[in-house]
Design a protein around this ligand. Structure first.
Ligand code: NAD
Length: 257
């Protein structure tokens, strides 16, 4: 049995994560951490997540007995929570380079899995995008277009950067050197650049399109998340991995291998 505490339990992902842990016969939900002052402090995590009564309640601190934490909050909270020193699966996106370094450094002391997208599909797609980019070569123009619900805090999404980086690496480029975010004031298109575009609206769980254009054709690779449950199930799988892994900094590719 893997004993899991969900950090950010009252959030959109947090509630889905509590449900996924409660549904998994190999896991026990031992706690759910919410922001100080959150009205759901003391609420039953099963009720909060729509899974029925669980007899485990939302608190401001994780319980000692957790083997592993799953963290979907904000970049600031994620970095602060590294001090817990427990194995942790981090799904939070929008981390700065410095914050990412702090997360990586925590991997020297405990197992840390960091992935901007926990779905199996996106992680398989990473290889596909890299391979398509390699085979089509530098003559094709690449555009990454992502769409998310209106509440999403970061743009572009961590997944757009993840897949854009795969496209860049596939043809021997460094993503940060060729990425152009939006196209305002950048015209005409420069050779070799990768355009990254974010759309925000409604309740879209997450769509990513990587489009390769030549003069004569268009090749499109698409991923659509149909439910947050796909991320939650991936995170629970990563938590089982992290609970028994050696200290280290891991990606979803390590979990799925
Ligand atoms: P959300 O705003 O609905 O939830 C975030 C929750 O974190 C809120 O309830 C907030 O109160 C809580 N929180 C903030 N600081 C906290 C603290 N110090 N302690 C405890 N809780 C705290 O957002 P969301 O849609 O659930 O997304 C959360 C994060 O997960 C975002 O960064 C999002 O981009 C990311 N995400 C990642 C994946 C993935 O597969 N890796 C998938 C979906 C979303």
């Amino acid at each position: 049995m893997t004993r899991i505490a969900v950090i950010g339990a009252a959030g959109r992902m947090g509630r889905e994560l509590c449900r996924a842990v409660l549904d998994d016969p190999e896991c026990t939900l031992v706690g759910g951490v919410v922001e100080p002052g959150d009205p759901s402090i003391g609420a039953d995590l099963g009720t909060l997540s729509g899974a029925g009564e669980a007899g485990v309640f939302a608190t401001e601190e994780p319980p000692e007995e957790a083997d592993v934490h799953i963290e979907f909050t904000s970049p600031e909270a994620t970095v602060a929570h590294l001090a817990y020193g427990k194995p942790v699966v981090i799904g939070t996106t929008g981390l700065s380079a410095e914050q990412t370094e702090e997360v990586e450094a925590a991997g020297e002391r405990t197992a840390v899995v960091l992935a901007p997208n926990m779905s199996v599909g996106v992680n398989v797609l990473r290889e596909v995008v890299s391979e398509v980019s390699r085979k089509l070569g530098p003559a094709y123009d690449i555009e990454v277009v992502e769409t998310h619900h209106r509440h999403k805090k970061d743009a572009p999404s961590g997944t757009a950067i993840f897949l854009g980086r795969a496209a860049a690496e596939g043809r021997g480029q460094v993503f940060e050197e060729v990425a152009v975010h939006g196209r305002e004031g950048v015209a005409p298109r420069r050779e070799g650049e990768i355009g990254v575009h974010a759309l925000r609206g409604g309740a879209v769980v997450g769509e990513h399109r990587i489009v390769f254009y030549s003069e004569g054709e268009e090749v499109e690779v698409v991923h659509r998340a149909l439910s947050r449950r796909t991320f939650a199930d991936g995170a629970v799988r990563a938590a089982k991995f992290a609970a028994s892994a050696e200290p280290g900094f891991y990606s979803m590719a390590d979990v799925l291998r």
